[in-house]
Design a protein around this ligand. Structure first.
Ligand code: DGL
Length: 292
């Protein structure tokens, strides 16, 4: 008998008691340490085509995953405050590292809903596993936080979680080095301990990793067999954001037409723009550099 049980959806809150009402036609704010969060923006655009999105990539301070929780929380606050100043109606933390260490602080300090990526990804993994052995590839910060084992055991007490820090995958994704021998060898090295544990599901517990999905998935299949499932939390997050906005009557008026994407970065936008247009499957207007 399965011990799967449902856990509350994403725990978005309206921040401080008496949170001020936001305009449903305001944009959604999304942020990450760099370009990995664009994987979440792509899923949000598919699920919520009428929403305007303001995306902030903190490219001047990437990576977050090698830094301590206090530093990551401080960086996350500056990103979130910048988005609040732009009038966003809710914030999606498109970064596992921030979602692992800072969401409660953001919820307490900001006067608007905050949605992270870890619980939706954990729920999708719990639904996919048959052996109840789940592997998680993530940054060192996310693994050290214990956020995934906590979220997964909240879904099922039978699940054993095997975490593996995979820090080299972040600069490879930022560089656009997503094919060939170098990412293949790095992926294999990080997957080997998960293969020894016999997991049947691998969570891509960092929003940069889906940029390397082809390489990671083919190495995982070579090591673990074709039945292994990859979990990218982007789609699960987008579904939860859509449900949340609908429940709170915060969906943008569809009569206003297709939503826009505004891209902001904290360092030179050039290489970011190339990846952004490749990744969003459209030609968004170039990224604007901002000072936090
Ligand atoms: N995108 C971040 C995450 O999901 C990782 C990149 C970084 O280390 O800053 O954890």
């Amino acid at each position: 008998m399965s011990t799967l049980r449902s856990i509350p959806a994403a725990r978005p809150t309206s921040g401080a008691p008496g949170a001020s009402p936001r305009s449903a036609n305001g944009p959604l704010g999304v942020f990450d340490s760099g370009l990995g969060g664009l994987t979440v923006v792509r899923a949000l655009r598919a699920a919520l085509p009428h929403e305007d999105i303001v995306y902030l990539g903190d490219t001047a301070r990437v990576p977050y995953g090698t830094k301590g929780p206090a530093t990551v929380t401080r960086y996350a606050m500056t990103c979130a405050n910048h988005l609040v100043a732009r009038g966003v109606k809710a914030i999606v933390i498109a970064c596992n590292t921030v979602s692992a260490v800072a969401p409660e602080r953001l919820r307490v300090e900001l006067d608007l809903p905050v949605i992270g990526v870890i619980d939706p990804g954990a729920r999708a993994a719990a639904e996919a596993t048959r052996t109840f052995k789940v592997g998680v590839l993530a940054t060192a910060g996310t693994i050290a936080s214990g956020a995934y084992p906590r979220a997964l055991s909240a879904c099922s007490t039978r699940i054993e979680t095997y975490g593996q820090a995979a820090p080299l995958l972040v600069p490879l994704a930022e560089e656009g080095w997503t094919r060939g021998e170098v990412p293949r060898l790095a992926a294999r090295r990080y997957l080997e301990p998960l293969a020894r544990a016999g997991v049947d599901v691998v969570v891509l517990g960092c929003t940069h990793y889906p940029l390397l999905l082809d390489v990671i998935e083919s190495e995982a299949k070579a090591l673990l067999g074709n039945h292994v499932r990859m979990i990218d939390s982007a789609r699960a997050v987008a579904r939860e954001v859509a449900a949340f906005l609908e429940n709170r009557s915060l969906l943008r008026d569809a009569a206003r037409g297709e939503g826009s994407v505004k891209l902001l970065v904290t360092d030179l936008p050039k290489s970011f723009d190339a990846t952004a247009s490749r990744f969003l499957g459209s030609n968004p207007e170039g990224a604007e550099q901002v000072d936090l």
